[in-house]
Design a protein around this ligand. Structure first.
Ligand SMILES: [Zn+2]
Length: 195
């Protein structure tokens, strides 16, 4: 079993995965969401929600489903999933989002900056970020196309495991946006790379 690492509440972390390695993401206290961003280690391929929806034929991804790159290669396969509901539609929360939707005037911690910082430490400096895989985030798509962010399904100790299908630079966050976390203040996320 790999050493358990902590993504601080409202923060981010970066890690590398070799092809075949697995990443376990743990909802320590329950009800906490976060973002997963993946690039190929040379930075040329990025996570693509559109490719993943196309090749998977659905927007709700769980055990057995693949997260694809923008160059149509498999990046990660979900191999275990206690929670069963994740979002891949929403862009990472950002400072602009907090200013427009929450009337924040100063700085506010956000997943976009946390993902960029974590990727920069891995040598990846993208101009812009694609959509992240928003693990444990629960979004309902209504019949008329409207979106509703609802309470996450994760309970304390629930986890999901993803297997790397190529060598990857990965960034994780523990999202600070309370509306994504059932109204609660942000809590940490943990991860392990089982040996
Ligand atoms: Zn966020």
């Amino acid at each position: 079993m790999g050493t358990r690492q902590i993504v601080p509440a409202g923060g981010g972390a970066g890690l590398r995965l070799a092809r075949g390695e697995r990443l376990r993401i743990i909802d320590i206290e329950g009800g906490q969401t976060g973002d997963l961003m993946a690039f190929s280690q040379d930075g040329r391929e990025r996570l693509s929600n559109g490719r993943s929806f196309d090749y998977g034929g659905k927007i709700y991804l769980s055990t057995g489903d693949v997260l694809w790159s923008d160059r149509s290669n498999p990046m990660l396969t979900i191999v275990e999933d206690d929670v069963g509901r994740h979002d891949f539609l929403y862009a990472p929360c950002s400072l602009e989002m907090y200013r427009m939707q929450y009337s924040v005037t100063g700085y506010h911690a956000n997943c976009h900056d946390n993902l960029r910082s974590a990727l920069r430490a891995l040598g990846i400096e993208p101009d812009s970020l694609p959509n992240a895989f928003n693990f444990f985030m629960n979004v309902e798509v209504l019949a008329d196309g409207r979106l509703r962010i609802v309470e996450p399904r994760g309970r304390a100790g629930d986890s999901m495991v993803l297997r790397a299908e190529m060598d990857l630079a990965v960034a994780l966050t523990a999202c600070p946006t309370s509306s994504c976390n059932g109204g609660a203040a942000p809590r940490p996320i943990a991860y392990e790379i089982p040996s």
